[in-house]
Write a protein that binds this ligand. Structure first.
Ligand SMILES: C[S@@+](CC[C@H](N)C(=O)[O-])C[C@H]1O[C@@H](n2cnc3c(N)ncnc32)[C@H](O)[C@@H]1O
Length: 334
């Protein structure tokens, strides 16, 4: 058995991230970066927050070394600085993921008693978490996309050459299309998502990045959308497992929406065949997320299941491994 001190140390790791979460969603790390140093009262005033809460947060953030202090004035430690969402190597996603995890664990504990699976609305139950989904996913997956996909997949260059249309279904905050458009100067994008907040963020970020003329984001349902032209590429990132039950009808429709020679690019966590693999670090997180997905009516998929379903729908498939994820490229034959 692990010594109790080691278990306590692990538990304190989670507490540290819970405290960081409070600072992230109230912009306290960013404000302290801007101010250099501040008393809790000054910080509270600038952030328009309650001074009593901010004072206690500063003590807790100091205790967990997110902040340094001199008397009653606080400044960011190096780790605290990396909690700023704007930091080039920001670790903010860990803080958001930890509190989201606590929320999902509580829901699973209660729902397990009845078997109820309330769907995606559980994600919207916490007002402070909801706006941070997009940034959390962007921070976690955009670096992998940049390193392993951009510039590596011939289909992307092909679509770019003809100024083709890439449709991103379940686009979240639009990071995927924004990253694609920065890398490839001619291709155009359309992102659809069911959450209004995601579309608001995606539209604003694209405008700030000077991409509005080549990309559009709109609220839409993966099951009922209409394109004004045939797509060259249809991407689904971590969205297929949300609509897997309707895959037969969905793949038939996507086949029809794609130009002959065009492709689907489907990025999903790769649920392992061998359960022992779940003990490895990235798969541990996947196993817990699969429990949260169950609440939402979803489950993670094995890469062969995705490939088989796509082949049955008439696509030619090619599988690319992305660490513990899989990217399935599925061409509509000419
Ligand atoms: C796990 S998130 C992934 C978001 C984004 N693709 C990314 O990789 O960051 C799944 C997304 O699919 C969207 N979604 C799920 N079912 C949908 C549906 N039927 N129609 C439109 N969007 C849907 C959700 O709103 C959510 O933004």
């Amino acid at each position: 058995m692990l010594p109790i001190e080691e278990m306590r140390a692990k538990a304190q790791g989670a507490t540290a991230l819970q405290i960081a979460f409070i600072g992230v969603v109230n912009h306290l790390f960013s404000l302290l970066h801007e101010l250099g140093e501040a008393s809790p009262q000054e910080l509270a005033q600038r952030a328009q927050l309650d001074a009593g809460y901010v004072e206690r947060w500063c003590d807790a953030a100091y205790a967990f070394a997110w902040l340094e202090r001199t008397a009653d004035r606080f400044r960011l430690s190096e780790e605290g600085d990396a909690m700023r969402p704007e930091h080039p190597e920001s670790r903010m996603a860990l803080a958001i993921g930890t509190v989201l995890g606590a929320h999902m664990a509580e829901r699973a504990a209660v729902l397990m008693r009845t078997g109820e699976r309330p769907g995606e609305k559980v994600l919207a139950e916490r007002e402070s978490i909801l706006p941070w989904f997009g940034p959390m996913l962007e921070q976690t997956f955009r670096p992998i996309f940049t390193q392993m996909v951009l510039g590596h997949l011939p289909i992307l260059a092909e679509v770019d050459q003809r100024g083709g249309l890439v449709v991103d279904l379940g686009c979240g905050n639009g990071w995927y299309l924004r990253a694609l458009l920065h890398h490839y100067s001619q291709l155009r994008g359309l992102g659809l998502d069911g959450f209004e907040e995601n579309i608001r963020q995606a539209t604003e970020l694209a405008a700030n990045e000077g991409l509005s003329s080549r990309v559009q984001f709109a609220k839409g349902d993966i099951h009922h959308f209409q394109l004004g032209e045939m797509a060259d590429l249809i991407a689904m990132n971590r969205a297929l497992h949300h609509v897997w039950e309707e895959r037969g009808e969905l793949f038939a429709r996507l086949h029809a929406e794609l130009r002959p020679g065009g492709a689907l690019l489907i990025w999903e966590p790769a649920w392992p065949k061998d359960p022992q693999v779940l003990r490895e670090a990235p798969y541990r997180a996947m196993a817990f997320q699969n429990l949260s997905e169950y609440i939402q009516g979803n489950h993670f998929l094995r890469p062969e299941e995705i490939e088989n379903a796509l082949q049955e729908a008439g696509f030619r498939t090619q599988v690319h491994e992305l660490r513990s994820d899989v990217l399935v490229e599925a061409r509509r034959p000419h």
